[in-house]
Design a protein around this ligand. Sequence first.
Ligand code: ATP
Ligand code: ZN
Length: 490
Amino acid sequence: MKKLLLVLIVCVFALTTFASYVDILFVNDTHGHAWTFDSNIGGFNILSTVVSAARMMDDNVLFLHAGDLNTGVPESDLNDAAPDILSFNMMKLDAMTLGNHEFDNPESVLETQMELAYFPFISANIYKDGKPAFQEYIIKEFGDLKVAIFGLTAEETQILEKLYAGEYEWKNAVDVAKKLVPELKEKADIVIALTHLGSIKPVIGTSSVMLAEEVEGIDVIVDGHSHTLMEEPMKVNDTLIVSAGEWAKYLGMLQLETTEEGINVLSYELFPIRSDLTNGDYDVEVILDYFEKLGGEKLDQVLANSKIYLDGERADVRSKDTNLGFLIADALKKICEADIALTNSGGIRASINAGDITYKDILTVLPFGNTAYTIEVPGSVVKDMLDFTATVADGKGARPQVSGITYTINRATQKAENILINGEPLDMNKTYKLGTNNYIASGGDGYSMLEGLPGYDTGFVLAQVVVNYIKDLEDYSPYTDINNRITVIE
Ligand code: ATP
Ligand code: ZN
């Protein structure tokens, strides 16, 4: 079975002897998934074997990452993605574009990550002090063939990553590309945009499809952000868009040749990264084992015990009230000694099973390292905040989970109605103490009405706050018998 790998790669890269060509290998949105998961899926040791096999076949290999290396797996998150970066160093990654999640941590972490990496973090549309904040592009030469690769990062990072993206300014990706692409055309035969834009229309800014529609001269867009697995390259005008899904479940492989007439696709493959198809690269395995063991003991520590299943499934928590949503909001209300609490469902990333809760479990549920934040909110702004939630579509991370509040979302008017604060009608002239997380407090997820209000960061880490709350919990009834705090009428 494992021989199949080499045979497949030989087939993929069979036609490469004479023409001017390049093999573009790509991943995106790996989100800490350096280790094989679901028994045989992914793993950077396996990825490394496949990349090496491709390099063995010929020299003209380019290996790219379309962003979002950070956040998603505790063993990686606890080590600021060092295992991931060291593995990509071993794989001789040529460049990575900055994804929005590269701004999940303080700037100092990003700086350390860039120092650790043997590959550049590129993006042409992120500015600081009026200048590009990162390297904008690289040029690789394969014999006579020159390939330019420039980076672009979703403008909505400004909204999604309110906490640590504030230092930077995002320029419109289309404007930046319109200026840069002609310059790169002068310098290279093939122009690749390595983008973390996504192929789905964003709230603000540019998708990869819009980029291809509006900017001439980009030969290939290697995209991330929407976690889209492109079974075939998408053709928009003369531009090809490719994307390899998420978590390095697949390695994308696009082989291009340049001829007098233009650029041709020789082959396109999504190569499955699976531990039952090939052996892992030993050197990468050593790195991954080290970091797994380093964090292992701490992560397996039992911190609390839940008597019931607490539902944090993405589809549930982002569309309705759930018991885990209630519990987290209640925990925030308690720690902040607040009248009311609100947290974003997008910050709740998994469920908690009945039984022991380990450090790893809680970090999987709450991976962002959020802290509890207290804000003084005038009644009128509470109304604005709840009106805003009435505009949030199901499935969005901004869908709130609340405590101390009951209200009705009227979809027709897109307003909040029947607002009761701890059973009393909302008083527009009163100031309420709101407990939330630091992400929402800074105006994240569209909660801009809270930005700048008087308040302070309690410094209590949300994951620990929630664990302590569960530890002390005696009465589970608020979480077994859920009454709607938010009612939705169409
Ligand atoms: P990408 O598409 O870039 O990979 P993602 O996978 O995180 O990002 P979603 O799964 O849709 O995209 O999650 C986005 C949601 O995650 C936001 O709407 C927000 O609710 C939540 N979120 C993002 N960053 C933070 C943060 N630092 N703190 C708390 N919640 C966050
Ligand atoms: Zn992502």
